[in-house]
Design a binder for this molecule. Structure first.
Ligand code: ADP
Ligand code: MG
Length: 442
């Protein structure tokens, strides 16, 4: 696990940062759900707690789906730890993983308590609350839809948490549509379909996230159709999310579309300024950050696209303040966010422009680039366009994903990696990129 985290930090941090923070840290013990990490000074401890702890939590989850609490200690503070709690670098076995986590896959941060309501999400919030109180009764399925980073996953998981709190015996299962598809395909390959069915049809609440990725997956849709029917007939609650309405999802079978409309569909729209300020305030309080009100307003005014970016901006400001060893003020926030501001280079060069230039260069259409066709002639140009969008604009990964037909930010990340690595070994690719860059800047 530690090696995995180290690698993650190595790519995330600058070499200077990596040397300062990661190299000096020492994993001491790994017990139950806690990872004890020794750091050399109070300053290090603060920095880890404020800036790196969430990455450890995320990393542990990616690595083995464990919900980990990192604990930072100074040298000497750790003497009372038993000697046999040595750190292992293997993932937890199934038996070691806490049951609730293995079965539900819920992120403990995504509760109703931490969800701020406002105009754009209050309908969705209300519907989610009702469903968590009386699952399977009123709105089945509940279908939440809206753009990236607006809180769909958060709200959906909050239903799971709430239900588990009021009825701890309930069987809750959260999956992304991709995980559902993978589980299904694996079950066929390993001839374990019976087990798959048991797992998915024995739940009281099934949460399937980002259902738009069912497009193009015929077999999976077929299986999900049966899962849906079974659960629905048993009055079990189903909650689905998507970036768009069921009938707007390409290649989604008509019978699924019609079933998804049986219950209630609610959209989530971007938060207004007031809500954005409230979200920031909440976040700042949760992390015990001292931030003046006008600074919060300032940040909220700068980022109006989505909540994930809003959170990112706050983290950025916070990191900047730590680096400068200064208090957070509006002036400091402005400095910290300079690189993010939309009137920077991105206003000169839009993602749309990049798409049109790349499409023309490869004799494709923009729709090809935004689409999901996996033929080689399209995949490479699509990845190139994503790469250029990442390199030449200030757009965030989710934003780029959105502009490419609503793809996940990990897809963009992957594309960027592929092209960067490809350029190192492939002279043709390198020249093509140079050509394109010249066209775009010329
Ligand atoms: P989506 O699934 O719609 O892409 P997420 O649920 O992943 O969006 O939300 C992105 C981030 O923003 C998460 O960290 C989430 O906790 C936070 N977030 C979104 N909406 C709210 C809200 N109304 N209140 C507090 N946090 C929110
Ligand atoms: Mg989501």
């Amino acid at each position: 696990l530690w090696n995995y985290l180290r690698d993650k930090f190595q790519t995330d941090l600058t070499p200077v940062g990596f040397n300062a923070w990661i190299k000096t840290a020492k994993p001491l013990a790994f017990r139950a759900n806690e990872l004890v990490i020794e750091v050399p000074s109070v300053l290090h401890k603060e920095y880890w707690e404020n800036n790196l702890a969430t990455k450890v939590v995320e990393g542990a989850y990616e690595f083995a789906e464990i919900e980990l609490t990192p604990i930072f200690v100074l040298p000497g503070e750790s003497d009372n730890l038993a000697a046999d709690q040595s750190l292992t670098s293997r993932p937890l076995t199934k038996a070691e993983t806490p049951t609730f986590l293995r079965e539900t896959h819920l992120n403990s941060k995504y509760t109703f308590d931490t969800f701020v309501t406002g105009k754009g999400n209050q309908m969705a919030h209300a519907a989610a609350l009702v469903v968590s109180e009386e699952p399977g009764v009123l709105y089945n399925p509940l279908f939440l839809y809206g753009g990236v980073g607006l809180g769909k996953t958060h709200l959906m998981q909050a239903i799971g948490h709430q239900l588990l709190e009021s009825k701890p015996d309930t069987n809750v299962k959260y999956v992304t549509s991709e995980a559902f598809a993978n589980d299904f395909i694996n079950s066929i390959q390993t001839k374990n379909q019976e087990k798959f069915r048991q797992e998915y049809r024995n739940v009281d609440l099934l949460l399937v996230d980002d259902i738009q990725f069912f497009a193009d997956k015929e077999g999976t849709q077929e299986e999900f159709f049966h899962t849906f029917n079974d659960l629905y007939n048993d009055k079990k609650q189903i909650v689905l999310t998507s970036d768009r309405l069921p009938n707007e999802i390409p290649k989604l079978q008509e019978r699924l579309v019609s079933r998804f409309k049986w219950g209630l569909s609610v959209d989530i729209t971007p938060p207004d300024l007031e809500t954005r300020i409230a979200i920031l305030r909440n976040k700042a309080d949760a992390e015990h950050l001292e931030i003046p009100e006008d600074t919060l307003s300032y940040i909220a005014g700068q980022i109006d696209s989505n909540v994930r970016e809003l959170e990112g901006a706050l983290v950025r400001v916070q990191a900047y303040a730590t680096m400068q060893n200064a208090e957070i003020t509006t002036g400091l926030a402005a400095d910290a966010l300079k690189g993010l501001k939309l009137n920077g280079k991105s206003s000169q060069l839009s993602i749309a422009k990049i798409q049109s230039v790349v499409a023309k260069y490869y004799s494709l259409t923009i729709a090809d680039l935004k689409g999901r066709k996996r033929v080689k002639e399209i995949v490479l140009p699509r990845q190139i366009a994503m790469y250029l969008a990442r390199e030449m604009t200030d757009s965030s990964l989710p934003k780029i994903g959105q502009e490419f037909g609503g793809k996940d930010h990990t897809t963009v990340m992957h594309a960027h990696e592929r092209i960067s690595q490809g350029m190192a070994i492939d002279q043709n690719l390198k020249e093509a990129i140079l050509d394109l860059k010249n066209t775009l800047t010329g």
